[in-house]
Design a protein around this ligand. Structure first.
Ligand code: 3PG
Length: 322
């Protein structure tokens, strides 16, 4: 009977696709909960710079505790590794804060619709920053994405420029994050890499939070929130939103380790479909017909773009091996 037992390791080795599927599922699940709890907090405590710091702080404490108990064992770091990770972490911090400024300013569904443009920014960066030539068909396939997001934005009921522009800046930041990540392909497991990135990003986020929101928070920000929901709920909301934020990002990084970057990018857009759907249902947001159609066109556009890009990469591979 002992032979029939399957150890977790052999199960993972035997069914890698099942394990990858589980990673995707957990990533989406944690992300949907994060987005909903996060917006609930902004509805009574509209301080995105401070909340961004809390997200990272809870994650860093979680990492320090995990390292202390050896799960995972802390990977050593030196100045060369640090130099490679700093640009990734700075872009992570910038994209994180700007996403949150947008979440606080407009409907969650709208921020994620704008963030569905990320593949477009990636393509633009490949061409204009990295100098790779992007075929015209690929550019054309991105047209529906841009048209869809434009349509959705024009009639978005919660639209304001802060929400729109900060979501666009987060697209640029996360595109640079992926460029620097490629350069920083270090010989370290993804959980450790993400732990170091969180620590650096935390230090980057603290000064702007103090400068932008410090005085207001001390004057009435904290006291207003406590009056509205009570101290216990306020602190537990902040703790849990930080945990969900850290865990979904860690899962996203672990998933990237298991699949091709393109699959991961497509997976990230699919994640937005779930978040858009759930957030509309839970917050009962009204969306105009044009915004609904625009969002669907944008998402379908990403699917077409990904399909074309995957085919092109396959052809390249076949040409190389021929
Ligand atoms: C963040 O807070 O960093 C945002 O949730 C990022 O959003 P994304 O991981 O969905 O791009």
């Amino acid at each position: 009977a002992g032979d029939a037992k399957i150890s977790p390791l052999s199960f993972a080795q035997k069914y890698p696709a099942l394990v990858t599927g589980f990673f995707f599922f957990m990533w989406y699940f944690l992300n949907v909960i994060f987005n909903i709890l996060n917006k609930k907090i902004y509805n009574y405590f509209p301080y995105p710079y401070f909340v961004s710091v809390v997200h990272l702080l809870v994650g860093v404490v979680y990492c320090l505790v995990s390292w202390a108990v050896g799960l995972p064992k802390r990977a050593p770091i030196d100045s060369n590794l640090l130099k490679l990770l700093i640009p990734v972490a700075v872009c992570h911090a910038l994209g994180h804060v700007t996403s949150n400024v947008s979440f606080a300013a407009v409907a969650v569904s709208f921020t994620h619709t704008v963030k569905a443009l990320e593949p477009f920014f990636n393509a633009a960066a490949s061409q204009f920053v990295l100098g790779q030539s992007i075929p015209i068909t690929l550019w054309l396939s991105l047209a529906p994405v841009v048209i869809g997001v434009s349509m959705a934005s024009l009639t978005e009921l919660s639209f304001n420029w802060t929400g729109f522009i900060s979501a666009m800046i987060s697209n640029i930041s996360f595109t640079y994050r992926s460029i620097y990540s490629k350069k920083a392909m270090v010989d370290m497991d993804s959980t450790n890499v993400y732990a170091y990135i969180s620590i650096i990003a935390l230090f980057v986020c603290i000064p702007p939070a103090i400068l932008v929101e410090g005085p207001q928070l001390l004057q009435h920000g904290f006291s207003d929130a406590i009056t509205k929901v009570g101290m216990t709920k306020f602190i537990s909301d902040l703790f849990w939103v930080g945990m969900f934020y850290h865990l979904y990002n860690q899962l996203a990084t672990n998933t990237l380790e298991r699949v091709a970057p393109l699959t991961h990018a497509v997976g990230n857009v699919l994640k937005r479909v779930f978040v858009i759907g759930f957030s509309i249902i839970i917050f009962g947001n009204k969306i105009s017909t044009q915004t609904g159609i625009g969002t669907c066109i944008a998402i379908a556009g990403v699917a077409i773009y990904s399909y074309i890009k995957a085919k092109m990469e396959e052809e390249k591979r076949q040409m190389k091996s021929a």
